[in-house]
Design a protein around this ligand. Structure first.
Ligand code: GTB
Length: 216
């Protein structure tokens, strides 16, 4: 059955891996599942046809036969559930990998998103100078804890899993801030994720889509 995902027609990052279709592409590449991509404009995202797929008018979405999903956590979980590559077979190891997916999305990502907002959208606000250090402190608190847990392991819980895919995807948003480099093991963890052939294929495909759209 054909899998179709949606992605930005013109991603603000120039197709450099930051938009969230990247994690879905990465998961599909890890499990060797071919997929098609429907590129969508910011305007079309808010129109009824797309809102029927995604109530919040965002990307990515995932369609497979009569199944339509939104939310990258749910989409990656759906993909991972069907392939042993991303979730271990052992029930406890599987539950722990799923826990790391939730931890990435619910515990680590929020402060990282807040930092992005503070840096990119609120820079001109008079209170930004006071707020930014507080937001950075909240990011560092989570990174301290994550760094301690990861230690010198390659991945969060044994073999690479959907938990790592999600955590690396979340941490990637910090690259331009320089904060990630304060944590050598986390920076190396992200590099390990980016070095995976499936990640590279997903990255190249996202960039190629952006390049093709910008030549149209
Ligand atoms: N919780 C949802 C999920 O995980 O699926 C969040 C989805 C989401 O935030 N989608 C964003 C979107 O559609 C794109 S990824 N935004 C348009 C809108 O809300 O109107 C967020 C994103 C966008 C751009 C960059 N960038 O260019 O650097 C990075 C990340």
């Amino acid at each position: 059955m054909t899998i179709t995902i949606t992605a930005f027609e013109r991603s603000p990052d120039g197709g450099k891996g930051l938009a969230r279709d990247m994690r879905v592409r990465w998961a599909l590449e890890e499990v060797g599942q071919p997929y098609e991509v429907r590129l969508i404009s910011f305007r079309a995202m808010k129109e009824p046809a797309h809102l029927a797929l995604h109530p919040f008018g965002q990307i990515p979405t995932y369609e497979e036969g009569d199944l339509a999903l939104f939310e990258t956590g749910a989409i990656v979980f759906h993909i991972a559930e069907r392939h042993a590559v991303l979730l271990p077979v052992d029930a406890n190891a599987r539950a722990r990998a799923i826990t790391w997916m939730f931890a990435a999305l619910n515990t680590v990502e929020p402060s990282i998103l807040e930092l992005g907002t503070a840096r990119l959208l609120e820079g001109d606000k008079p209170w930004n100078k006071e707020r930014l250090p507080l937001v950075e402190e909240r990011v560092r608190k989570r990174l301290d804890q994550l760094s301690t847990r990861l230690g010198d392991a390659d991945w969060l819980d044994g073999a690479f899993s959907a938990g790592d895919l999600m955590m690396v995807s979340v941490l990637l948003r910090l690259k331009s801030s320089g904060i990630l480099d304060e944590y050598l093991n986390l920076a190396a963890y992200v590099v390990r994720g980016e070095a995976r052939p499936a990640y590279k294929r997903a990255f190249d495909a996202q960039l190629a889509a952006f390049t093709a759209a910008s030549h149209r």
